[in-house]
Design a binder for this molecule. Structure first.
Ligand SMILES: [Fe+2]
Ligand SMILES: [Fe+2]
Length: 286
């Protein structure tokens, strides 16, 4: 339930992050089962720059394909619309983070936390994500703290106050945000995701990544995506990848998560730490 306060505080801000027009249109056609491949390809072709970045991503080491793809139609036929949408959203979000660097926000550590969560979410999905799409988990991880970016940038002074309150009372970031604003970064992210009209699983990952309880209407797959993102988020905190905004305990150790043993979690955190810089570069140069 989106609070009135959140709508009042953020609803009128004009320079909130937006999706490019092509992605806005894609979110609409994706929901219409009768849309043809040709129509979708035509929508995507309207933004040649994003379309060619998506093609480069699909051909990059990141995606690990052996056959070369040269057109959006081919991406659609071989990977499907939902994957194309996920990848294009990922590319767009990365640009949004990039732009945030100019706003004096401590982007680097936020970036590393978001990217680390994305990488770990993909790894957890590949290890046994019970039917979850690994690329979707990656983008869900990338997006999960988007609400923090919005609050840090647009409600800056109060956000600093929330952070100080958290330190002073040794409480969670979420409860400090709630006492200062009446809403949290989880709700803010979900609110933005709804405005963007992006797939529900991605919105739920933003909304519920700090929750212990899930609403009863969640599908099995939705729950799994949320659980994976939540575990990846905790692993970043425990493994010291970027900063999540929470109080960091220097003696933090990696715990078992989501049915994976401590050993597996330690290995995945180690892999993510090694890959983070190279992957960041790879995505940024696309
Ligand atoms: Fe969070
Ligand atoms: Fe997080």
């Amino acid at each position: 339930m989106i609070s009135d306060t959140l709508e009042k505080r953020l609803g009128d801000i004009e320079d909130l992050p937006t999706l490019p027009l092509v992605l806005q249109q894609l979110q609409k056609v994706i929901q219409n089962e009768r849309t043809s491949m040709a129509q979708i390809a035509a929508v995507v072709a309207k933004d040649q720059a994003l379309a060619s970045r998506a093609i480069r991503l699909v051909n990059s080491a990141w995606y690990g394909r052996t056959t070369r793809i040269t057109s959006i139609q081919q991406v659609l036929v071989t990977l499907g619309l939902s994957t194309l949408n996920t990848l294009m959203l990922g590319l767009t979000v990365i640009k949004l983070f990039d732009n945030s660097r100019t706003l004096g926000f401590n982007a680097r550590s936020f970036w590393e936390h978001s990217f680390g969560t994305a990488l770990l979410a993909k790894k957890l999905a590949l290890q046994g994500g019970k039917g979850c799409d690994a690329e979707e988990c990656f983008v869900a991880g990338l997006l999960h703290d988007m609400g923090r970016l919005v609050m840090e940038q647009h409600l800056h002074e109060e956000y600093v106050a929330a952070s100080q309150l958290m330190q002073k009372n040794r409480q969670t970031l979420l409860s400090a945000e709630k006492s200062i604003f009446g809403f949290s970064h989880s709700e803010t992210g979900a609110w933005l995701g709804k405005r963007w009209n992006i797939p529900r699983k991605l919105i739920l990952a933003m909304e519920l990544h700090h929750s212990q309880l899930f609403p009863p209407d969640l599908t099995h797959e939705e729950k799994e995506v949320v659980k994976i993102v939540s575990a990846a988020n905790s692993l970043c905190l425990e493994g010291g990848i970027g900063t999540s905004g929470e109080i960091c305990n220097s003696t933090e150790t990696v715990h078992p998560h989501n049915g994976f043993s401590t050993e597996t979690c330690i290995r995945l955190v180690g892999e993510a730490k090694k890959e983070i810089t190279a992957t960041l570069q790879e995505w940024n140069t696309l």
